[in-house]
Structures are given as C-alpha cells and as structure tokens.
Design a protein around this ligand. Sequence first.
Ligand SMILES: Nc1ncnc2c1ncn2[C@@H]1O[C@H](COP(=O)(O)OP(=O)(O)OP(=O)(O)O)[C@@H](O)[C@H]1O
Ligand SMILES: [Mg+2]
Length: 587
Amino acid sequence: MAEQTALSFGGLLRQLRAEAGLTQEELAEAAKLSPRSVSDLERGINRTARRDTAVLLAEALGLAGPVRELFVAAARGRAPAAEALAAVREAAGNVGAAAPRVTSSPYRGLSWFEEQDAALFFGREAATAQVLERMSRRLQGAGLLVVSGVSGAGKSSLLRAGVLPRIRAAGLASAPEAKSWPVLVLTPTRAPLDELALQVALLGGPDAMAVRRWLDADPDGFALTARQAALARLRAPAGEPDGPAAQRDQPPRHCRLLLVVDQFEEVFTQCAEEGQRRAFITALHAAATTGHGPDQAPSALVALAVRADFEARCAEYPQLADAIQDRYLVTAMTERQLRLAITEPARTAGAEVNDDLVNLLLSEMHTGQPGAAGAGVLPLLSHALDQTWRSRTAEVVTVADYERTGGIEGAVASSAQRAYDRLTPAQQSAARQVFTRLTATSSQGMDTADRTTRADLTDSKSPAEAGDVEAVLEAFAAERLLTLAAGTVEISHEVLLTSWPLLRDEWLADTRADRAVRTRLHTTAAEWARHARDPSYLYSGSLLQAAAETAARPVTRRCPRPNATSCTPAAGLSEAGRGGGKPSSRS
Ligand SMILES: Nc1ncnc2c1ncn2[C@@H]1O[C@H](COP(=O)(O)OP(=O)(O)OP(=O)(O)O)[C@@H](O)[C@H]1O
Ligand SMILES: [Mg+2]
C-alpha cells in the first residue's frame, strides 16, 4: 500500500472522473460546482476540499456509503487518496484476488470523530439524544449549552459525529428547520477573536477584518454580526459549500447560527490575553441571548465543549455561570455501549471483531475500579482498535492481531516515553514526582493507580515548578495517559504502571519502600480522622520515627481523594508528634 500513497487527491479526482467518462465541465455541472473549482482541485492548486464540496463531488461520481466517506476524508487530507481509490475499485468489484483490500481504518485512533465519521460512531446514541433534547430546550431561553467531561471522555466526538449530523438530518424537536441552519465549528486557538472573525467571514457575511474590529470595539454587537452571517449564508449560491438550496427556502426569521466551540478550555490554556478572552465570552453570550429580527430570537445557538477541569474557571465569568451550573456531563460508556463502539465500526467496513477480542478488550478497559471502565480509557481503546485493525490479516479481527500490536500495554508504554522525551529536564523531574505521587503502594508492595488533586501536585512549589507540573499534566493528558477531571488528576489506565519501563523499573522501584510507608500512613491518618481524632490511633515509637523520616524526604504527601486535606498523613504525623488530640494546623 505504501507505494500508492503518492497519489494526490487531485490525481484521484482526475482518475475517477476519467473512469466515469466525464469532462471537468460535466462533473462540475453534475456537482453544482464551478468548472474552475474542479480544475483547481485536479491540478492541486487547491490540495484539499471543504467537506461540502467533497460530498457534492462524491455524489456526482456516484460514490455512496463508506466509499463516499473515504473519498471525503481523502479530499480533506485525512485519508490517503490511494486508499479511496482502492475502495472505489473494490466497491465496483474491480479488484483481482491478489489486490490489497481497503485498509482505511474505521477506528479513529487518538483523534476525535469528525462529522463525516458519523457512520462509524457508535455507543453514544443516548448521549446524543440527551444533548439534542437540551439544545432544543435552549431555544426557549439563553441559547448556550455547555458540554463537559473529563479529558478524553468523548465530548468532541459526541458533538461532531453524534449531534451535528442529527441536526443536519432532522433539526431539533422544537425547531425542525434547524436542519438548514448554518453551522460553525471552531476551536478558540491562541487568538479566539481572530478565529471567530475568520470563521464568520467564511460563511459569506462581513469580511474578517471588519468583524475582528467590531469584536474589539463592541463584543456585544456580535449578536447582530452572527445574524447577518447566518442570513448571508442563506443567500449563498447553490454549489457553494454549506449553501444547499434547502437553506434558501427557509424563511430567514427562523434562521440561527449553530455555533460549536470545541476545546473551549483553550481560552485559558492557549489565549494569554484576558481582554481577548473576556471579549470572546461576551460575544458568544450576546449571540446566544440577545434577541434580533422579527421574532426577537437570539441569533445563535451556542454549544461549548469544555474539559471538566476548567469548569470552575468558566464559572468565574458571569455570562457562563448559568450554563456551567446546568451543563451536560459526558460520562463513561457502559459495557454495552463500549461493545458497540468495538464491533460496529468494523461491521460497517464489512469486517468483524472476533468475540474473544471483544471480551479481552472489555476486560482490559477496566482500570482497577469496580463497575464500568473509567471515562478516560476510551482513547486507549480507540487507539488499540485502530492499531489492531491495521495489523489484521483477514476479515475477522482477532486476539492474535491485537497481540501483534503489543496491545494496550505496548501503546501506552510508547506514548508515555514519547511524551516524556519531549519534556524539558525540569519538566522531566516534575514528571517523576507526578507519577510517583499518583501511584499508591499497598503494604504488600502492590502498585495501584491513584487520584490526587491538582492543588496537591502544585502546592508548596514555586511558580516555575508549578508551571512544570502543569506542562507535564498537559503533555500526558494529550497522550491520553492522564485523565484531568474537575480539580483532580489520575492515571488513565493502571497498565501504565507495569508497562512503562522508566516508571516501573526506576521511579517506582526506587521509591517503593517510601510509598508503602506513605500509603500506610495515609490509611492510619484516615482512620484517626474517622474516629474523631482519637489519639490511640496515632503512631508512636519506631513507627512514628520511620514515618517522620519518610515524610521528610522529597516525594511529598499525597491525598487520594479531593478535598481530603484534613486527613493527610502529614496532619496525622504532626498530631502524633505532639501526642495530642487537637486538630492539626498543617494540611
Ligand atoms: N463513541 C466512541 N467510540 C469509540 N471511540 C470513541 C468514541 N468517542 C470518542 N472516542 C475516542 O475517544 C477519544 C477521545 O475522544 P474525543 O477527542 O472526542 O474526547 P474529548 O472528551 O473531546 O477529549 P479532550 O478532553 O481531549 O477534548 C478519541 O480517541 C476518540 O476516537
Ligand atoms: Mg475534545
């Protein structure tokens, strides 16, 4: 297959058009596009196409189902054109016995699902219906919905591949006409106002420079700009991206802009200017709440996807406070839903995941806690499935294929080392502290993944050291190895403790004895707190001395549950040191 990847999308388009016996003009006419846009794509002047353009071209070429999706993905630069060509040939029954089969994976690996991946998106039917229902209700009042969840829970995928396609197909319960509302999906980036201005301009309304100036001068005025952009899109000529005829038939007064801001936490992690952040939030809020037009309805329905650990930051802005209170929380998938997410994409691609592999994957998804797999393991499952699919040798994907990839262990170990290698030396030493603190050790020497508070990791650090810890958290969350929730941090999957050699053979081995003492100390402190701080639960003699020595060493205290600072080992120790029953001032 590798030798075919040199085929460009332009080459693919030219080949398929020639095979269909069409001239550029004929294809353009069938797709309701200009001959120039077909020509520019074929000549590589435009190396990728917008989704809508690609869909029109696919339809004009008679491509349907997964083949169409693959063609669209190739047009957007997200799949090799050679694979799309192979898929078209295979669908046409054109392949010889020795020809390679379609290898485009129906799993998304560590990436989120895009809107065009809807046919491969499973297991989130209930969540999709719930978000749609909330959006529908939001049309009555403030049109602002926050979708939250821990890192990697599946927020972006849910909105992009679950919710948006359903709105485009059937609208909302309280507004069926929403199916033709113009849609904007953006991430804030470092300059959210620039991004917003640019995206709005792309709808065909006012130009980006003007919108950007207005956003600076009067962010509340964005309500009117959004309405203007939505109406401009309604009048977009046929054949232009996102401008199907159906939109032009809608009475404009019902039209709103459907604005999805994904990775909303970027306004805090990437945008460094408070002024720009505030203006962005004000603009979104104004569009979602200020009435315009004959029916005085707000001009936009705004959905924000935000990582749960940024909810509190969002709530500091009065315009977001209500929406945060009433946010939709994306939770872990149940076993039944995970089963669908494993088996159905393969089935859509005409293959099958063997039952033994399904059961193995489901058991490996459990992170040590009882019940369903943690919300943060979904990326690891998705990654393992993608790798396994690519290594399969037949139509049925098996345990042997999975094992050949090194399984979840192999994937986790290599991404952990990759994340670590990219850190600065100071961040690398912060990583050691973070991971040893996130590992509990039983008195029998068993290591288990644990959870701590963000504050616990950064307290008593200088601003530079705290910055290093934050960088470590972001780097490992990006590799899906840490799960960041509201205020807490935890290792996404316990398999990291046994599969990453640096952690297993050096960091944990070096500190095991101390961590066992700390874990025991923590348990004792918790018991002491539970028994009204009865001094008879406190250490004395050699136990106290050993614990005091351990506590003095650099791997500092851990707190396995948020807000449990009053029962830290240190608190217990200081009580014990004084031999009294008074609450400790240290925590
Ligand atoms: N329904 C699903 N079936 C299978 N895999 C899924 C599903 N939903 C999401 N995933 C996978 O889970 C991972 C996380 O998805 P996504 O990026 O949508 O989550 P997120 O909550 O937006 O993450 P982040 O907090 O980083 O923004 C990705 O690898 C994605 O492919
Ligand atoms: Mg996301």
